[in-house]
Write a protein that binds this ligand. Structure first.
Ligand code: C2E
Ligand code: CA
Ligand code: CA
Length: 475
């Protein structure tokens, strides 16, 4: 920009020089006109010089001597210590006043400043142009560009388009003039190598970081997977118990058994982290067997087995293959099993038939069944008719925010009504607030489970917890 200022200053000297030679000449002579044209030839930033007598233009470099002096009434700005007067948007008379431009005046001579001196700003990829829209068509005011403005010209909003590898933005001013900004995309990109390089480096860095995170997570999972193969047993699996309450009388109905696994560093790992590995390792049956056996052992030892309901989580494939039935039969070893509930999530339609068959088998032994996470995944009303179950566990995603979200509470209402028609009871999961509890009760939901009552806890804590609550008669 400094360079630009220097150039304009040099051009101002050309005007000053004209003033020195021709000050106070009453008319425009051929010599004045020739000198103005010579000055224009030498000027870098100024064009369309004119000579003014009594504030009237008497000649311009383009028009020559005008037959009748032209008046001009533009407001100008003059610096306190400068002889240069600036006028912001003066109509260029040589262009029938269609285009306005910034004008400078020193003494009796004035000239227009060319718009942005782009080339000196080392941006060869950028060009600007000014066009007049006249009856004769589109005319370039400055150096013509490879592209021309496009109709409509009256539109005050900028428009842009891409033409022959150039990005063009057009600003028209209703009065018949348009400014064009043209960016040569290929040139721009080649001049922007450094920018592109920095962007590339940034993305490489981000990709690298993401890679490291994914890799370490993957490594951790691989470790978990390998450790699970080595050490998934009665000793490394813990059971925790979360109470479930009846909504009608507030009595404790039973509990859901949730597992935790202790890795080789004796760190307790939550199921969300390792269940996927269990499935990949084909260890589902092993886990279910350990959890069922340990939960029954612990509840028996606490004197709770048979007194309260015990719900265990299972894998659908293990129900379909009959494993769950065999595990329960083996573990219960002839003991009554009407206090046991088996929770299962619905799966793809493919094995619904086998799951349904095995559910019948379990029910014939008075074991109850619950569809877990109802309302998510594959669960749907059509399957429900085929699966003969006792409970629907309404997923916590419906319960969360239900006290303020009309849609969620409406969905819970629909699920509850449908469950009632099918003769099923409903369990709401993830109940955290009293407001949710109250709303669920008024919607006719049968049971409530969640942090509002208690978080899952080890058997000793749970045994104490049960002592402090009224136990429901599970019959
Ligand atoms: P799930 O069967 O839906 O179990 C409920 C999960 O919600 C539990 O997480 C429980 O701790 C959590 N929860 C209970 N109340 C609240 C509450 O008010 N707010 C919130 N935010 N969460 C609550 P957990 O113990 O981490 O178990 C996660 C999932 O892992 C279980 O979801 C279940 O699908 C699976 N899982 C747990 N134990 C076993 C198991 O022994 N066998 C099988 N096959 N799956 C299990
Ligand atoms: Ca469950
Ligand atoms: Ca659930």
């Amino acid at each position: 920009m400094l360079e630009v200022d220097v150039e304009i200053e040099r051009d101002f000297d050309l005007i000053r020089n004209l003033n020195q030679r021709f000050s106070n000449q009453p008319t425009c002579t051929e010599t004045i006109l020739k000198s103005m044209r010579l000055a224009q030839l030498n000027a870098r930033r100024l064009h369309e010089f004119s000579y003014v007598v009594d504030d009237m233009i008497v000649c311009t470099t383009t028009l020559g001597q005008v037959s009748e002096p032209i008046s001009q009434s533009e407001e100008s700005v003059k610096g306190e210590f400068s002889d240069v007067e600036f006028s912001l948007s003066v109509p260029i008379v040589a262009l029938d006043g269609h285009i306005t431009s910034m004008q400078v005046r020193i003494g009796g001579f004035q000239a227009f400043i060319r718009p942005l001196p782009i080339d000196t700003m080392q941006m060869p990829w950028l060009q600007t142009g000014v066009y007049a829209i006249t009856e004769k068509g589109v005319q370039s005011v400055l150096q013509p560009l490879a592209v021309e403005p496009r109709a409509p010209f009256q539109d005050d909003n900028p428009r842009w388009w891409i033409e022959e590898g150039r990005w063009v933005e057009q600003y028209c001013y209703g009065s018949g003039s348009c400014g064009l900004v043209v960016i040569n995309i290929a040139l721009y990109l080649s001049h922007r190598q450094e920018v592109v390089l920095v962007i590339l480096m940034f993305f490489t860095l981000v990709a690298g970081l993401v890679g490291v995170v994914i890799w370490s997570a993957h490594k951790r999972y691989m470790q978990i997977g390998r450790q699970l193969k080595r050490s998934l047993n009665y000793r490394t699996v813990d059971c925790v118990y979360q109470p479930i309450f009846r909504l009608d009388n507030g009595h404790l109905e039973g509990c859901e058994v949730l597992c935790r696994w202790r890795d080789e560093g004796n760190q307790q790992i939550r199921p969300d982290v390792f269940i996927g590995e269990i499935e990949r390792n084909g260890q589902t049956r092993q886990l279910t067997e350990i959890v069922i056996k340990k939960a029954i052992d612990e509840l028996m030892a606490a004197g709770l087995f048979g007194r309260i309901r015990m719900a265990v989580n299972t894998f659908p494939d293990d129900i379909a293959s009959g494993h769950v039935d065999r595990i329960l039969t083996k573990t219960l070893n002839g003991r009554p099993c009407q206090s046991v509930t088996v929770e299962v999530t619905e799966q793809e339609a493919s094995n619904v038939g086998e799951v349904a068959e095995n559910i019948e088998q379990l029910r014939s032994k008075s074991i109850r069944l619950a569809i877990d996470d109802f309302g998510t995944g594959y669960s749907n009303f059509q399957h429900l008719e085929k699966l003969n179950v006792d409970y629907l566990k309404i997923d916590q995603s419906f319960v969360r925010g239900m006290e303020t979200n009309a849609l969620r509470s409406h969905l819970i209402k629909s699920i509850t009504e449908m469950a009632q028609i099918l003769g099923l009871q409903t369990v709401a999961e993830g109940v955290e607030l009293q407001a949710q509890f109250d709303a669920l009760k008024s919607l006719g939901v049968s049971f409530s489970q969640g942090y509002l009552h208690a978080k899952p806890m080890p058997i000793s804590d749970f045994a104490n917890y049960v002592k402090q609550h009224k136990i429901s008669n599970i019959g």
